[in-house]
Design a protein around this ligand. Structure first.
Ligand code: FAD
Length: 441
């Protein structure tokens, strides 16, 4: 088959690789750099900065000076390495990359650089973009891409939005000695996540020196002399914070620019059926552009599902648990149901919890902050988990596996975890869950 893909981010490039491995002729249209947001200005560079910031935070009592230039070089190198690997793979798989903007036509053809292309199947993987602020702000306020490219470390920064991206940048800048204030219109960090667990993370970040302003709506950002002034309303009172930089991180939305209105829902997101096909036959949409969790691993999963369907299968979207992670210290990771969500859906469930404080590895390494919770049904089926603590980003995968394989807390409690590891908290919490259900071993 001849396949055209618009967008070379995680969704687009992984679909391209899978399809070419099955002997299809793939043309990938990418107006920027392959790897998309995730590789170039998202997941990879932020994690490099977080790693460096973390190291600095550990050794800063030795009065080491922050070498921002070196930290930035390391980040750029990490991105380049992954990019080189990806480009090599795309070449090896004989995927033709057309480095131009592409436009999908209503008849499922693609127009790019004045040429018309026809395909048997088309995949849209146009990603997402930052939400523009609903208040006025000077042109030189930052979004996440600007913050990643900063040539100097600001002495103070106001971050608007305490979601995943705002928190990670807040963490990076505060570890590196900047004065960080975070403004959030909701009353807790990570709106939409389990508020009690989010509160635990927030308290850890407050101990790092980040100042939070909740239930605060920004009215305007202005420049006075060479400083930014952020005006916001909190409890009907107007307040103002001055800072050297302002980062706006109020969320991301699907990028549907130039796509035919017939395949959109409310002009905001590409509407797909259970099999990720749009209203135009043989045109699929995957990754951030079709909404849902705007996460790279969700985009990879979409690519796998769309490819199966293009090749004649019947794979359904949204049937796997998608973990969500904030890579701060401690890390925050969640998967599946939270207590709040189960409550809203009136699911009769129990919550079992174990603190990291009693874990041998946590004590040995001084990483005792945090806990693991699992949410399970009366019958012992695992519905979800929230982990705040060291290596939460790794530990959460055990729980994804448990949820996807319909594992019971009894079964999980039988698993042998190596000692001493943080993973033992999973064994412990599942044993607690078995006890909470009134069962004994
Ligand atoms: P994108 O990566 O956005 O790729 C879309 C591509 O399509 C782009 O390269 C764009 O240039 C191209 N394109 C768009 N329109 C056209 C057109 N008309 N013609 C040609 N090309 C076009 N996710 C995680 O899972 N973990 C993280 O740790 C994480 N950290 C993040 C940190 C930041 C600061 C940001 C901003 C995002 C982060 N994300 C993270 C989210 C993650 O980057 C996205 O979910 C992921 O990139 C989505 O992949 P995608 O392929 O759908 O879209």
């Amino acid at each position: 088959m001849r396949i055209g893909i618009i967008g070379g981010g995680p969704a687009g490039y992984s679909a391209a690789i899978r399809l070419s491995e099955k002997n299809n002729k793939v043309q990938l249209f990418e107006k920027g750099e392959v790897g998309g947001v995730c590789l170039n200005v998202g997941c990879i560079p932020t994690k490099s900065l977080i790693y460096s910031a973390n190291l600095y935070d550990i050794v800063k009592s030795d009065k080491g000076k922050v070498n921002w230039e070196e930290i930035q070089q390391k980040k750029t190198l990490a991105v380049k390495r992954v990019l080189m690997g990806l480009k090599g793979l795309l070449k090896e798989k004989k995927i033709e990359i057309i480095n131009k903007e592409a436009i999908l036509k209503k008849d499922a053809s693609i127009e790019s650089d004045g040429k018309e292309y026809r395909f048997d199947k088309v995949i849209l993987a146009t990603g997402s973009k930052s939400i523009l602020p609903p208040f006025s702000a000077p042109n030189d306020v930052w979004d996440s891409t600007d913050a990643l490219a900063a040539s100097e470390l600001p002495e103070s920064i106001v971050i608007i939005g305490a979601g995943f991206i705002g928190l990670e940048f807040g963490y990076i800048f505060s570890c590196l000695g900047c004065n960080v204030s975070l403004i959030e219109k909701e009353n807790e960090v990570l709106p939409g996540e389990d508020s009690q667990s989010a509160g635990t993370l927030r308290k850890s970040l407050m101990r790092k020196g980040i100042k939070f302003h909740f239930s605060s709506e920004v009215i305007e950002v202005k420049k006075e002399n060479d400083k930014f002034c952020v005006f916001f309303k909190k409890n009907n009172k107007e307040e103002k914070i001055e800072s050297r930089k302002v980062l706006i991180a109020i969320g991301r939305i699907p990028n549907v620019d130039g796509l035919p209105g017939t395949i959109l829902e409310g002009n905001k997101v590409v509407k797909v059926d259970d099999f990720l096909e749009t209203k135009i036959k043989d045109v699929y949409a995957i990754g951030d552009c079709r909404g849902g969790y705007l996460l790279a691993h969700s985009a990879f999963k979409d690519a796998e599902i769309a490819v199966k369907n293009i090749l004649g299968g019947e794979a359904k979207k949204d049937t796997f648990a998608i973990p969500r992670v904030v890579y701060t210290e401690p890390e925050y990771a969640s998967v599946g149901y939270s207590e709040e969500k189960a409550g809203l859906e009136k699911i009769d469930c129990k919550v079992s919890k174990v603190n990291f404080a009693s874990n041998g590895r946590a004590i040995a390494t001084g990483k005792t902050d945090g806990f693991i919770k699992i949410i399970h049904t009366k019958e012992g089926k695992i519905l979800g988990s929230i982990i705040v603590g060291e290596d939460a980003s790794e530990l959460v995968s055990f729980l994804s596996l448990a949820i996807d394989s319909d594992m019971s807390v009894e079964k999980l409690s039988e698993t042998v975890f190596p000692h001493p590891t943080f993973s033992e908290v999973i064994g412990e919490v599942s044993s607690v869950a078995v006890r909470d259900r009134g069962h004994s071993f």
